[in-house]
Ligand binder design. Structure first.
Ligand code: GLY
Length: 388
């Protein structure tokens, strides 16, 4: 399905499903979030070479990081600006949305540093194209898909997620997060790009389904392969508690990724798998629907949460609900309501949400506000609004 039609498709479904009204917190949350974005952007000014990344507990202003190929989160602030513009119609957001987006164009013109180029370019240029039809944005997405495809290893059947980590892992590595970047390939293949990109995405999804998951539907963060023969060597973690644990955001990327791959392919095995791994995730959640950063951390209930995983899953389940006669919608709404009621940042804090965990084993961004949590939260609110 064409990406431009995405929200229209969701809206059309809402007409069929008729009638459950999303809770009133959606309007309140959208208004509060977009007001925060306008205020924050006024403070940030026009230095589009610095991008909001995180806010430490107790701080109130975004800590910014420089635009450079290693900065995987730099697409999310422009993505937030595009969504906030979509939600509010506030045209003052257009110039910074364009400015931050343009600052990332260099990514499309150089070999991929890693798989994250999809995370960088789709929230920015993809949303920009969806909302403005600017042909230069489409060109950037298509060029990015070509760069991503250069990381594909046909012997393995996946994209190499982290070229720099090949020596550390002892082979071609593919991480669960990489599922999100298939959206760039699939959209580009449907919008004038190389049809082979669709086949690459499907092979990647099938291989991930096989080697990044255990028989019980829980995920490994990383799968490692022999780059010559394609043989699977082992699976392990990088950002989770242990090789045999369940890193919450890893499972979240999987739920979002397989749902999105079904959107483009309509292959029933991807829909069935998205439901299977969503059901496993749901069965393990604490009462407030926001996961601990890793479901197996022995410090639970004193372990940190990960609001970003909840936001990613809420957005994914809203899409999944449109393929399953509304199943998962109540869960998604409950997650969003809980994020809004229990994890909302105070008015003076620029982020929408508190309590995300970035890279716990590295001691990085534990219990922070993080920009991708806000991005997927805003996306989910818009999806829910469009399901009315
Ligand atoms: N994609 C990196 C992360 O989820 O932390």
């Amino acid at each position: 399905m064409n990406y431009i039609l995405r929200f229209f498709a969701l809206t059309a479904f809402a007409g069929l499903a008729a009638c459950s009204t999303p809770a009133s917190f959606v309007d309140e949350a959208l208004e509060t979030c977009t007001t925060k974005v306008v205020r924050t952007q006024a403070r940030l000014g026009t230095d589009y070479q610095q991008s909001p990344r995180n806010i430490a507990p107790g701080d109130s202003l975004w800590h910014q990081t420089a635009v450079c190929q290693e900065n995987w989160t730099m697409g999310f602030w422009p993505g937030i600006l595009w969504y906030a513009y979509e939600a509010s119609g506030n045209e003052t957001l257009l110039a910074p949305a364009r400015g931050y987006t343009e600052a990332l164009r260099f990514i499309a013109g150089q070999p991929a540093y890693d798989h994250d180029i999809g995370f960088i370019m789709f929230p920015s240029f993809g949303n920009g194209y969806r909302l403005t039809q600017d042909p230069s944005y489409k060109e950037a997405v298509l060029a990015t898909a070509g760069r991503l495809a250069e990381l594909f290893n046909p012997a393995v059947g996946t994209i190499l997620s982290w070229p720099r980590e090949v020596p550390n892992f002892g082979g071609h590595n593919t991480i669960m997060d990489n599922m999100l970047n298939l959206e760039t390939l699939l959209w580009a293949a449907e919008n004038g790009g190389d049809p082979a990109w669709r086949e690459i995405a499907i092979m990647h999804a099938d291989t991930t389904l096989r080697y990044n998951f255990r028989p019980d539907g829980t995920s490994y963060h990383v799968a490692v392969y022999d780059p010559e023969t394609g043989a699977h060597k082992y699976s392990c973690t990088h950002q989770g508690y242990a090789d045999d644990s369940l890193w919450a955001r890893g499972q979240a990327w999987g739920i979002y990724g397989f749902t999105m791959v079904y959107r483009f392919t309509r292959e029933p095995r991807f829909l069935a798998f998205a439901q299977r791994i969503a059901d496993v995730y749901l069965s393990k959640l604490p009462e407030d629907k926001v996961p601990y950063w890793d479901f197996c951390d022995p410090a639970i209930p004193d372990a940190p949460r990960d609001a970003s995983a909840a936001a990613v899953v809420a957005s994914a389940l809203l899409e999944l609900s449109t393929y399953t006669d509304g199943k998962y919608r109540a869960d998604a709404e409950a997650m969003l309501r809980s994020l809004w009621e229990n994890y909302r940042a105070p008015e003076n804090v620029e982020a929408f949400l508190l309590h995300s965990t970035g890279h716990h084993p590295a001691g990085s961004e534990i219990d922070y506000s993080i920009v991708y949590a806000d991005y997927y939260f805003l996306e989910a609110l818009l999806r829910l609004k469009n399901l009315r």
